[in-house]
Design a protein around this ligand. Structure first.
Ligand code: LMR
Length: 329
């Protein structure tokens, strides 16, 4: 019986008895759901590149993008069961492991990219990342994407009441479904890779996502309106199967850790730049109407959405919520 990993190994390696050390090559699989030209896609590819360089090709990270191996709904179980070694799900999908992750979904929790970095690198990020130990996982890093925007077909979204009655595709997060409830809107938790079809078939009116996801999956072709609201954070926890990690030599662990730390620094800068450039691209290539919320409009959203903080105080825990509130405006 051939395991999936043996298959990759055999497919990828040249059969050359002269080459030394090939049998010792370590192959780690990395599955994610977005396109390659996104902050996460590029970070995963760069991680593979740096690990290969640092290990002289002895550690190979095989990246599967676009949900070609597992959907976002399947990948968490897959990494826990050891069917894939590394994943980088958006933190919104980790409530199934621990509701504390919901802190990162609270509306308007981070006012800027600097606040995102402060949150991820400080108490909040560290607490969340170490919380996965009990789930058979090792938390390697927080990669960021940036801020979510609203897109819709059902009229421009400027004030909170504009969204009432609409149906939105959302990620697997209770905080996000409460956000839409506060807006008197409906939401359906569906996988990222089904979003295009849901929009195309009109099963949902809209969705919330980062510019890089809206751009790379061409959601802008299916939607008439986009609101630059920056109303929520979207980023990733890079998670590795704990047994696979424990099995590695200290040298391999050192290489993986160093490479991850380099890529994480790079990703944080890259994400902001990418979202900015791709917004310009969307303006050039599509006729989608884009509205950027003014500060006054933003305040009206915050007012309507603030009750979500109180609703989740117990589930998320007041220590995390209080820390997060300090990073808000
Ligand atoms: C989504 O499901 O909309 C995002 O989490 C996709 C991703 O991984 O960026």
């Amino acid at each position: 019986f051939f395991s999936f990993k043996q298959y990759i190994l055999t497919e990828d390696l040249p059969y050359d008895d002269e080459q030394e050390g090939l049998n010792d090559q370590i192959v780690l699989t990395f599955s994610h759901v977005v396109s390659n030209n996104t902050p996460k896609g590029m970070a995963a590819d760069k991680f593979a590149e740096i690990v290969a360089e640092k290990s002289d090709g002895n550690i190979k990270i095989v990246v599967f993008s676009n949900g070609s191996l597992y959907s976002d709904i399947e990948e968490i179980r897959a990494v826990q069961e050891g069917n894939v070694d590394i994943i980088a799900p958006s933190t919104s999908k980790l409530g199934m492991l621990n509701p504390a992750w919901g802190v990162l979904d609270l509306p308007f929790i981070f006012p800027s990219y600097e606040a995102i970095n402060e949150g991820l690198d400080g108490f909040i990020g560290q607490t969340l990342l170490s919380s996965v130990k009990g789930d058979g996982l090792i938390g390697l890093a927080h990669w960021s994407n940036g801020f979510k925007q609203f897109t819709s077909n059902d009229g421009p979204i400027i004030y909170p009441q504009d969204i009432a009655g609409q149906t939105f595709r959302i990620m697997q997060s209770d905080v996000l479904s409460s956000q839409f409830l506060e807006l008197n809107a409906n939401s359906v938790k569906e996988s990222f890779n089904s979003t295009y079809d849901l929009l195309d078939s009109g099963k949902v009116d809209g969705e919330e996502n980062t510019i890089s996801n809206i751009y790379s999956k061409k959601f802008y072709n299916l939607q008439k309106y986009m609101t630059i609201s920056n109303h929520g954070y979207l980023g990733y926890a890079v998670l590795m199967n704990e047994n696979v990690w424990n099995k590695q030599s200290s040298e391999t662990k050192r290489i993986l850790t160093e490479a991850m730390s380099e890529v994480t620094q790079w990703n944080r800068k890259q994400a902001a730049q990418m979202n900015e450039n791709q917004l310009e691209e969307i303006r050039k290539v599509s006729s989608i109407h884009i509205h950027e919320l003014t500060n006054e409009e933003k305040n009206s959203w915050k007012k309507v959405l603030d009750p979500v903080y109180t609703q989740f105080k117990n589930e998320i825990g007041s220590t995390l919520i209080d820390k997060a509130l300090k990073l808000r405006d």
